[in-house]
Design a protein around this ligand. Sequence first.
Ligand SMILES: Cc1ncc(COP(=O)(O)O)c(C=O)c1O
Length: 363
Amino acid sequence: MTKKLIPLAVPDIGENEIELIKQVFDTNFLTEGKFTADFETEVANYLGVKNAIACTSCTTALHTVFECLDIKGKEVIVSDYTYPASAEAIILAGGIPVLADVDLESMNITADILEESYSEGMTVFEPISWAGVPLESNVYKKAKELGLIVVEDAACSIGAQINSEFVGNIADFSCFSFHPRKVITTGEGGMITTNNEEIASKCRSYKHFGAVGSAFEMIGTNYKLSNVLGAIGIEQMKKIEDIIKTRNEKAKIYQEMLNGIDGIKPAYSKKEFRQTFQSYTCYVEKEGMRDKIRKKLSDENIQSQIGTYSLHLEPAYRNMKKVGNLENSEKLFYNALTLPLHKNLTYDDQQRICNIIKETINE
Ligand SMILES: Cc1ncc(COP(=O)(O)O)c(C=O)c1O
């Protein structure tokens, strides 16, 4: 008999989203409009930030910010351990990614790595708060000392906090993702948040064909988020605190179960942080064991994932500028393991998963 499927992720969507989509249909105004604007307001109010600008994805949100900061021909430090989108957005805007290593535990860039990677002439820096783990506060501080504008790829981090301060209101610019594997979803979607009024206006224009009022003042593009997706976003924002609470509760259960298994380091956590656990990513210490565990989980109808990519190992990124040997990024690429985490995941499911991990390691 086939064993019960445990999916990696399940979006928290339902009747409320459908009801609001119906209201959008009733207006006959499906493109970006009032519902998108209301979603932006919800996000801005939640984070306490002045501007929230909806885009079609986190990738297009990042691209919009980089275009409006004019990074053409400039080097931009970015974590090597990330999804390609982070570097693609730099390249789309004519910038040059400089791939930097991350900390093996937090999986994020550190102030020391930033300092080592910095060189004269850089103006913009793109850290990633990966998996919903905030950056260390001293990363923002170091960037400021170096005179760098911080554009945070916060794809995984809506709702994350450092000492109760929201990610999205700390960096100069933060970009979020609403892809279905993220904390909240609109199917596909993204958001820029910033307190910089001047660049915010530019971003609003850029994503809307370069329009300012009825005039096209710059060359832009179309990254507008439709009212249909905006409506989903409004309903998702009503649930965000419950979603994060549930994710943290289930993450805590994993921490306890995995703590008892030799050879596994549970996901990173820190007292000062409220994490989103967008991905529950642990670390398998023995080389080659991560893939063995993934195979066993898959045989038992349990979905899992790697962590994310080590960009310099991917064909399109092999010749890009790198800082150091990117050793931690490589280790994470080969050994990090993301486990299922969603509202339907039961205690028994978590026990089943952790038992399989333990058995595989002890074989
Ligand atoms: C760190 C990071 N940045 C950006 C993205 C891309 O987000 P989107 O799919 O909204 O463009 C992802 C997607 O997984 C991601 O993990």
